[in-house]
Design a binder for this molecule. Structure first.
Ligand SMILES: NC(=O)CC[C@H](N)C(=O)O
Length: 344
């Protein structure tokens, strides 16, 4: 048995056992309250470089079904209360510890994840490190690397066969977003985060989810602002929502501990409807900074933060939550239908 500790930047320390990859790692410590969906969460590029604590107490009991959102595990480390060694699922071919081991991702188990989460809720998400052995490891500086550049597609790629053509700005896109677009008879032209896509032949633009601080993506923001002049539909999802807001002239800020889970309630403005949404984000759009012509679309019923915006006369729309819901409730899939309807 290898022991290891989670050390938070404020000095709080939790001791546990190390499974999966055998090495020390550092990153921002965040927590997700979902009860399932660890394969999707671990491979979601928006978690790139973070140390992810899952609050559900038993993790791994359905093994590793092939529900991947990208080609590899994106988190730098996993923190759980109990990691299941045995698993049972029709499509699982290996256990979670085996997968973590194969990808070299450390998992700290035996942690009081409730105490850790309470600490993060009180003090806010902060840097941390999972340390094993004697070698000293510094805390990762926040946003030291350009995390979007680290996960975005290296080159342009086209998924042909659809009736209409959409540019997908890949800031670290989840594969289920591509799946949702292709299922709606769209040809998807996937381009890197800083690609000048204005010269492409396209009817609409989707700006994807992705890791890190939206203010790091100024090249994307500039391209979105230019695309707005064409008056063709734009859909932003999560980081894409934040980037659309920045392109509109609004501002973003960092939430104290973010929204990561599958049951975040979002009220649709002007209606009595509340949607239960899947989320994974640490930043938010400041709705009070929206310029004239833009209106809030959704608002979080827990903390009142902005969860979506739209333009009052142009087909520009974005949501902070994940309508592709992988994992999570599928209530918001009609957002994709609404976007497709707006493409003439
Ligand atoms: N899932 C996402 O796209 C996350 C967006 C952004 N990196 C945030 O944390 O707010």
């Amino acid at each position: 048995m290898t022991t290891a500790a989670l050390v938070l930047a404020d000095g709080t320390t939790f001791h546990g056992r190390l499974m999966g990859g055998r090495r020390s790692v550092s990153g921002e410590v965040v927590f997700n309250t979902g009860m399932v969906g660890y394969t999707e969460a671990l491979t979601d590029p928006s978690y790139h470089g973070q140390l992810l604590c899952l609050t559900y107490p038993l993790v791994g009991n359905y093994g590793v079904p092939p529900d991947f959102e990208s080609t590899k595990i994106q988190v730098s480390g996993l923190i759980v209360s109990e990691l299941a060694l045995e698993y049972s699922h029709a499509s699982a071919a290996r256990s979670l510890p085996q997968w973590l081991r194969a990808e070299g991702i450390p998992c700290l188990t035996g942690i009081d994840t409730r105490a850790l989460t309470k600490r993060l809720r009180q003090a806010g998400c902060m840097a941390g490190k999972i340390v094993t052995g004697m070698r000293p490891l510094p805390f990762a500086a926040p946003d030291a690397e350009h995390s979007v550049a680290a996960v975005s597609a290296g080159q342009r790629e086209e998924y042909a066969g659809g009736r209409r053509r959409v540019v997908l700005v890949d800031c670290g896109v989840k594969s289920s977003i591509i799946g949702q677009l292709r299922a709606r008879d769209l040809t998807v032209i996937r381009v890197p985060w800083d690609y000048d896509f204005l010269a492409e032949d396209f009817a609409a633009v989707v700006v994807s989810n992705g890791p890190g601080d939206p203010s790091q993506c100024s090249a994307t923001v500039r391209n979105i602002a230019r695309a707005m002049q064409l008056e063709r539909p734009i859909l932003g999802i999560c980081l894409g929502h934040q980037l659309l807001a920045l392109a509109a002239g609004a501002s973003t800020y960092k939430l104290k501990f973010g929204h990561r889970g599958h049951n975040q309630p979002c009220l649709e403005e002007g209606t009595q409807r509340c949607f239960i949404t899947s989320q994974n984000h640490g930043y938010a759009v400041d709705a009070s900074s929206l310029p004239a012509g833009w209106v809030p679309w959704f608002t979080n019923a827990n903390d009142g933060s902005n969860e979506g915006i739209r333009h009052s006369s142009q087909p520009f729309m974005s949501v902070q939550f994940h309508p592709e819901a992988a994992p999570g409730p599928v209530d918001c899939e009609p957002i994709f239908d609404r976007f497709v309807e707006s493409i003439r």
